[in-house]
Unconditional design. Structure first.
Length: 259
């Protein structure tokens, strides 16, 4: 009898988890990579470099973690029109915060930032995501999210085949002219910033026709029905106090690293 009761309790829990209300992801505006960026700093530079190699793409390997982060920071610093960011994991550690700071500074200059992150590592980070998305030039979407009203471990069982479909893409594209692709997610262990853990990943910086292919792939994921705006998942916008608090904490953290 005890075994039967336990079985029934588990079965009921699974049914409840499957029936939990999930927010609708409808009428979300589609957006696409900018194509009129030849007059940007990177656009003009790519045109000069491509003149000697018509129709070909150029690549530069980024094997060192520090170099890989600095490359992203420099690209973000000089971005003029857009930054498209797509990652599987995005940690709230040293690298993650410095990276977020670069995105916000670009947005402050008027650059459009689109950030697409898989939901696998986003547990407990909804507030930070919606605060970032509260910037008028920043859009944040979460790919194939877990239901916020049910436990994740249970959903890995009850939604097998759907919630287990994850997005491992990793790309960073500026002004639709330069892309960084590779194995690095956003986190200390991917950029030699963790003294106890380091992954042997490799990135490549690319220019030329291949960048348009990267942007096309990003747009497909961004406009997918599985890409949910962060505010839809949280169910409400952040308060002015929450925005001020988190942005202040980020500014203070970045200032401490400089000092």
């Amino acid at each position: 009898m005890r075994g039967t009761r336990l079985y029934l309790l588990v079965a009921i829990s699974l049914v409840i988890a499957n029936c939990a209300t999930f927010p609708e992801n409808v009428d979300q505006p589609e957006s696409y990579a900018y194509t009129d960026t030849a007059d940007t700093i990177f656009g003009e530079d790519v045109i000069k470099r491509a003149a000697a190699h018509p129709g070909k793409s150029g690549f530069h390997l980024l094997g060192n973690g520090l170099d890989a982060f600095v490359a992203r920071a420099i690209l973000a610093h000089h971005a003029e029109r857009s930054i498209d960011v797509q990652y599987y994991l995005y940690h709230a550690d040293l690298v993650g915060r410095l990276f977020t700071d670069q995105l916000l500074k670009a947005a402050d200059r008027g650059v459009r930032v689109r950030l697409l992150v898989d939901d696998m590592g986003m547990s407990g980070k909804d507030l930070g995501a919606v605060v970032l998305a509260s910037h008028p030039n920043v859009k944040v979407r979460i790919f194939n999210p877990f239901n916020r009203k049910s436990g994740r471990i249970l959903q890995l069982v009850t939604r097998m085949g759907s919630v287990t479909r994850r997005m491992h893409n990793k790309s960073f594209t500026v002004d639709n002219q330069v892309s960084i692709l590779g194995g690095r997610n956003i986190g200390n262990e991917y950029f030699d910033a963790d003294p106890d853990l380091a992954f042997a990943d490799l990135d490549v910086m690319a220019i030329g026709p291949v960048v348009a292919e990267v942007s096309t792939a990003f747009d497909r994921y961004w406009n997918s029905e599985l890409a949910y705006p962060a505010t839809v998942l949280r169910g409400k916008a952040p308060t002015p106090e929450e925005i001020e608090r988190l942005r202040g904490q980020l500014d203070d953290f970045v200032a401490q690293q400089i000092n």
